[in-house]
Every structure is written in C-alpha cells, then in structure tokens.
Write a new protein. Structure first.
Length: 161
C-alpha cells in the first residue's frame, strides 16, 4: 500500500497530463492507471505493442552500449593502422625520390654514354695489355703495350730454355 504522501493529488496529475504531450504510450498508460487507481488486469492495455516498443528500445540501447564499449578499441586499431600507413608512405616517398635520382643519373649517363664507353674500352685494353686503338688514315691499328724490364728478362730466360 502506498500512503497519500507518495501519490500526488489527482487534480495536479491531470493538469500536468493535459499540459504535456506524451510521445511514449506506455508512460501515458501508467499515468492513467495511477490517476484512476485501477489495476493492470482491469485496464487490459495492448501489451504486445508496448513490449515490442520496449524490445526495440532495449535493442537500440544495447547496440549503442556495444558501440560505445568497442569504440576505444576501434579508435586504437585505426590509429595503429594509420601509423603503419604513414610509415609505408614515408618509405614509398623515399623510394620514389631514390628512383627519381636514378632516372636523372641514367639520363645524364646516356648523354655521356659515348665518352663512358671509350673510357671502358681503355680500361679493358689496359687490363689485357694493349694500348687504345690509334686511328690512321681511316684504319684502326692496335699497338701492343710496351713490355716492362721484368717481362723482357722473363721472356729471354724462357727463350734460352
């Protein structure tokens, strides 16, 4: 049993009920029950609609609660992935810069290719013991590299044997 102090006077509740625009039908039904003093069984409200609304509200609340619980984990995961992407982008930028430098070097080398190939020919011939080709009257003549003193002594000893 409730005492008279716990229940507001009917006139006050009726005036507040008239002034307010209730959106939730369940709340309005509860207030009508409280005002009239009737029992739930006597009122026979459409409980299936109320239960459906309550389930939808409960589902929505649980969904938002679930989202709020997992939000920090998702933010941390996204933060880690963004850091990985930034590292990859920095590496990619460095790689592209290096590639750009190599392409510029190749273009420069292509212009200097003729001089470079002559230099390589000279190095190869020096390694083989000949001097670079001499051009005389349109003919190419290869002159052997002069022998050192030790080489001539060695050849002389070999010829005697």
């Amino acid at each position: 049993m409730q005492c008279d102090d716990c229940i507001p006077p009917k006139s006050m509740v009726e005036s507040q009920l008239g002034e307010m625009k209730w959106v939730n039908s369940f709340t309005a039904i509860c207030l009508k029950i409280m005002i009239s003093g009737t029992d739930w069984k006597e009122l026979k409200p459409d409980t299936s609609k109320i239960l459906q609304n309550l389930r939808e509200i409960q589902k929505t609340v649980q969904d938002y609660r679930h989202r709020l619980i997992h939000m920090p984990m998702k933010i941390e995961t996204l933060n880690q992935k963004m850091n990985e992407i930034i590292k990859i982008l920095l590496d990619l930028h460095k790689g592209l810069t290096d590639l750009k430098t190599e392409v510029a070097d190749l273009k420069r080398n292509q212009r200097d290719n003729l001089e470079t190939s002559k230099f390589r020919q000279e190095r190869v011939r020096d390694a083989l013991g000949t001097i670079p080709l001499l051009h005389q009257k349109g003919k190419t003549v290869e002159i052997p590299k002069p022998k050192t003193r030790d080489e001539r002594i060695h050849e002389g000893i070999s010829a005697i044997k």
